[in-house]
Design a protein. Structure first.
Lengths: 424, 583
């Protein structure tokens, strides 16, 4: 993607305009008395933090891409004219952005790292942090946690999670005009009930569900399943009424389309958490230098996301959606310090994260790595390196993230010290 | 490019690079579903088979039990005759259930079940036919080429062969397309059945699914991975032993970008060697399988067997093939060693119980499944017998509990999986819920069992790539799936059935008189029959439950004045019932 200096200036102007406009604009918005929205931008395959977040200039122990160190307040970032969107993003949004370095992901395979970074656990039965946040804050929404990409773990919170599908096929369920037609020659006479008929049907189904609740579903697990069944009916109706939020189906959503849908979903009370995924494969065992292009594209998307959020009214008086939303960009692992024999970099069990938005400290770096890209211990409260402190693991970061969005993490992460260094 | 060794290090773990990239990096994650999360809604719990079942538990009625067993084993509902027979004499249930395990529908269920472990039905790879498959649509290619390990297992089971044969047979079950995708198989017989057991014709050591290209195509191995990721897939899938289910904690200096440094660490570093001493020998069996396929090498047919590579472990890891301390040389040896390992039978019992009972694997303790493992072993590894034992067990037929604590952990309702819904509506309504996508990546799409265009994941199923665990509760997308398939099924069966004046020829609506569709006596009789067939509940035509259904029909008929439409919509409601979405 092209990201010229002119684009940067346009972006800055647009951001300012959006910020200004958003504080006066008002339209249909979700009303959330508590908590913050959460957007996860997933970077699949393992990014190389030395391209942006964790500059290691002039070190013999780390192969660093071409670039220069640029300070955005207290935030040092590795930038380059080859990836201008990076500097552009921090110039505009650095005041509300923190970088977290030195996150230990104690594995070297994608699946367990993906699991650990998103859930804080090693076992597959756990929900990710966005599912927990949405389920805790607003389980009654049509799709409390909207997954627009591929990643995402639901654990036992499946009732609160909804996926649009690889080809955005959710739209085919929401909109009769986009329903899949049967193949030629097959039965093609599906009877669509009118509103009154649909209501008769719904009342019947609900009545039978209540009969189940009175017998088999009176307690415990079964009761939860009846509740989910009944709730899903209501929420599916709400989803249908908001079907225009979803893009036209039958094709994979682009990163930009995901952003638009995700922000719409937050604004219009469809969801509290959103997972976005550009679907680029960052697993650069060969030709690691392409990460420069990937980062440029990523920061164009992050800029677009920030702009969209800033341009929408929030639920609170005078606030924007950006004032009420925490965005975190994550990747399951880092890359080795040194280039391998294929001009690539292999898996590395230390990664970084970027956060911006509501309640996020601006221009701050939290945590650190040493000259070998190994994570340094730190003070979880301040985020400063501290040889006598704790090692940072995903569960610390996720617990701190839950706190930031207004969810007490102690139940999900008992005994884990929340990382608060990125809290404003 | 620079190359040097880092001065010090912190972590090590095993196979680092190694286990790391299974080629596409999408191998299943460590561990298993542990169910509940503190503070969340109760959704899982201890299997009550772990301990004597408390007196507070109520069991399903025989007809409800028959429906649950039939749905678990086949997806479809029992016939009306079967339900009436069991209602009259519950002792007949076992014999009827035994008959289910020899059906094609049960074969489909076994394929679903096995896929939740093998994860071969990934639709990430899609390409239109080329080479030997020129002109074949991508959907047909994709489905056929990934299905063969599951078909081989189904074939072994339905042939009545010992389940251990899935690791030893010298065949790969393929259809016309799969036979052209995979090199080295004997010729497909166009006049034979669609799926045929084709003998390996290239001299590869027979090891059942371990000799199947589809298995290794899904679970690939990057060059420096040295088949370690694949070895873990074998251990996880067949032994329920996952090397990745533990943290990697290196404490020695290692440069992970240097293969020599890594090779040294997995031998010399205690933290690494603890796993690699068994993982690497396991991986050394696998060198005869092609490691990976680059974008330029995806021309059909695809080869998997690379006999000249059999000893490349010498250069790679230097560890000779071995199975947890036992010697072996070939893939055939590996298959036999796994089959003889008690962990294999225990793992099989756990997987089957977990799938049928919808109890998370992590909660199916050895104690829970020991009796099923015993059945498996005692019957000469007949998983049909084990499956019958599971679905006839008290643990499986639990309905609910009057005790609050017991109710929290009693998994009563089982959610009907998308594949089960597909077979249910095909059987009850004659519905093939499909669409046709006319593009190069398209073809005929089964909407309930497809992820790329269809609704499998939205309905709670897995995509075998990112979504690796099914969702056993309803959410708004799963609800929409049920609502839509219910409409389609109801519309079709009403249209088809009511076009037949001879009621005995109909699929479902055998009690209605087409000359008087609004006749109350017939209508109530029809509804009572549907209550039994769909919900497993015997109701009198004038019962409260049937009256509720009759009232629905009456309201709809009064509203639209079209009795056939009213029946279609009434049936839509019945199909949307919670007792169809769950069983």
């Amino acid at each position: 993607m092209d990201f010229s200096r002119r684009r940067f200036l346009e972006m800055s102007a647009a951001a300012s305009a959006a910020l200004l406009l958003s504080r006066t604009a008002r339209s249909e918005t979700a009303v959330h008395p508590t908590g913050r929205n959460l957007v996860i931008v997933w970077v699949n395959g393992g990014w190389d933090p030395t391209f942006v977040f964790d500059p290691k200039p002039g070190m013999a122990t780390v192969d660093t891409p071409p670039g220069e160190l640029q300070e955005f307040g207290n935030l040092p970032v590795w930038t380059s004219d080859m990836r201008p969107a990076v500097a552009g993003f921090f110039q505009v949004w650095g005041g509300m952005t923190s970088v977290v370095n030195g996150i230990n992901v104690p594995s070297l395979a994608h699946p367990p790292c993906r699991l650990r970074v998103l859930t804080g656990f090693r076992d597959l039965g756990r929900p990710d942090v966005a599912a927990i946040a949405a389920h805790t804050l607003n389980p009654e929404l049509p799709l409390p946690y909207l997954v627009l990409g591929d990643a995402g773990f639901v654990g036992p919170l499946g009732a609160s999670v909804g996926r649009v599908g690889r080809s955005n096929q959710l739209k085919a369920l929401l909109d009769v005009s986009e329903a899949y037609p049967p193949p030629a020659g097959q039965f093609n006479g599906v009877i669509q009930p009118n509103a009154a008929e649909a209501e008769f049907i719904r009342q019947y189904v609900l009545a039978n569900a209540e009969r189940e609740r009175a017998t088999r579903g009176a307690r415990g697990y079964n009761q939860a399943r009846v509740n989910d069944f009944v709730s899903a009916l209501t929420r599916s109706d709400q989803l249908v009424t908001k079907k225009d939020i979803m893009k036209s189906g039958r094709k994979q959503l682009t990163f930009q389309e995901q952003i638009e849908v995700g922000v719409d979903a937050l604004q219009h009370g469809l969801s509290r958490s959103v997972m976005l995924d550009g679907r680029t494969n960052w697993d650069t065992h060969v030709n690691n230098h392409v990460q420069g292009d990937y980062f440029n594209d990523l920061f164009i998307a992050l800029d677009s996301l920030a702009l969209e959020l800033a341009a929408r009214p929030g639920a609170g008086t005078g606030s924007t959606l950006l004032d009420e939303t925490v965005v975190i960009a994550l990747s399951e692992m880092g890359r080795t310090p040194l280039i391998n024999g294929a001009d690539g970099k292999d898996h590395w069990p230390v990664t970084s994260a970027l956060l911006f938005g509501a309640g996020v400290a601006g221009q701050r770096v939290v945590g650190a790595t040493d000259d070998f890209l190994l994570a340094r211990k730190m003070n979880m409260g301040t985020g400063l390196p501290d040889a006598g402190g704790e090692a940072l693991y995903p569960e610390n970061l996720l617990a701190g993230l839950l706190e930031l969005v207004g969810v007490d993490p102690s139940a999900q992460y008992p005994g884990i010290t929340p990382l608060r260094g990125f809290h404003a | 490019m620079r190359r040097r060794t880092i001065g010090r290090f912190w972590v090590c773990g095993l196979a680092l690079t190694l286990l790391a990239c299974g080629g596409d990096g999408t191998s299943p994650a460590a561990g298993e579903d542990t169910g509940d999360v503190p503070g969340a809604d109760a959704t899982s719990g201890e299997d009550s088979a772990d301990a004597p079942l408390p007196n507070s538990i109520t069991y399903l009625t025989p007809t409800q039990h028959l429906i649950r067993a039939s749905t678990a084993l086949r997806g479809s509902r029992p016939s009306l005759d079967e339900l009436e027979t069991v209602a009259a004499d519950p002792a007949t249930l076992e014999g009827i259930v035994r008959g289910y395990v020899d059906t094609e529908a049960c074969g489909a269920s076994i394929r679903d079940l096995e896929n939740e472990t093998l994860l071969v039905r990934s639709e990430n790879f899609r390409m239109p036919g080329n080479g030997s498959l020129e002109g074949v649509q991508a959907q047909d290619v994709n489905t056929a080429m990934s299905e063969t390990p599951l078909r081989t297992i189904e074939w072994v089971v339905r042939q009545g062969r010992p389940y251990t044969d899935i690791l030893s047979v010298d065949v790969q079950v393929a259809n016309e397309h799969a036979a052209q995708v995979w090199q080295g198989l004997e010729a497909y017989d166009p006049s034979g059945p669609e799926w045929q057991p084709l003998t390996f014709a290239d001299g590869r050591p027979p090891a059942g699914i371990l000799s199947d290209g589809a298995f290794w195509f899904r679970h690939r191995s990057a060059g420096i991975n040295y088949h370690r990721g694949r070895a873990n897939v074998v251990a996880r899938s067949l032994l329920c032993f996952d090397y990745l289910a533990q943290d990697i904690l290196l404490e020695e200096p290692i440069d992970l970008s240097d293969p020599d440094a890594v090779a040294n660490a997995v031998v010399e570093n205690a933290g690494c060697a603890s796993c690699h001493q068994s993982l690497d020998p396991l991986a050394s069996f696998l060198w005869i399988n092609r490691q990976n396929w680059g974008a330029g090498s995806l021309n059909f047919p695809l080869g998997i067997y690379m006999p000249n590579n059999h000893d490349q472990w010498v250069e790679a890891t230097g560890r000779a093939p071995g199975y947890f301390g036992l010697g072996g040389t070939t893939m055939t040896d590996l298959g036999q060693l796994i089959a003889a390992d008690p962990r294999f039978s225990l793992c099989t019992a756990r997987r089957y119980f977990s799938y049928f009972a919808q109890v998370p694997m992590a909660e199916t303790t050895a104690q829970t499944v020991a009796s099923y493992q015993q059945v498996l072993v005692d019957t000469g590894f007949d998983v049909r017998e084990m499956s019958v034992a599971i679905v006839l067990s008290d643990a499986f037929r639990q309905s609910h509990s009057s005790d609050e604590a017991a109710a929290e952990t009693l998994i009563g309702y089982k959610k009907t999986r998308p594949g089960q819904l597909e077979r249910l509506f095909a059987d009850l309504a004659g519905l093939d819920w499909q669409t046709y996508r006319a593009n190069q990546f398209g073809g005929m799409i089964d909407l309930l069992t497809n992820d790329f265009y269809g609704f499998r994941v939205l309905g709670g199923g897995i995509d075998s790539l990112f979504v690796l665990k099914p969702v056993h509760t309803m959410n708004s997308t799963a609800s929409l799936v049920v609502q839509e398939v219910a409409k389609a099924g109801a519309s079709q069966v009403v249209s088809d059935d009511l076009a037949l004046s001879d009621a005995t020829q109909r699929r479902l609506l055998t009690e209605l008189d087409t000359s008087d569709l609004a006749n109350e006596t017939n209508g109530r009789a029809q509804l009572a029959q549907l209550h039994l067939q769909l919900f497993g509940v015997q109701e009198a035509p004038d019962s409260e439950a049937v009256s509720l259904s009759w009232n629905l029909f009456s309201e709809l008929y009064a509203h639209n004045g079209d009795a056939q439409r009213a029946w279609a919509l009434t049936l839509t409601a019945l199909f949307q019932d919670m007792r169809v979405a769950h069983h």
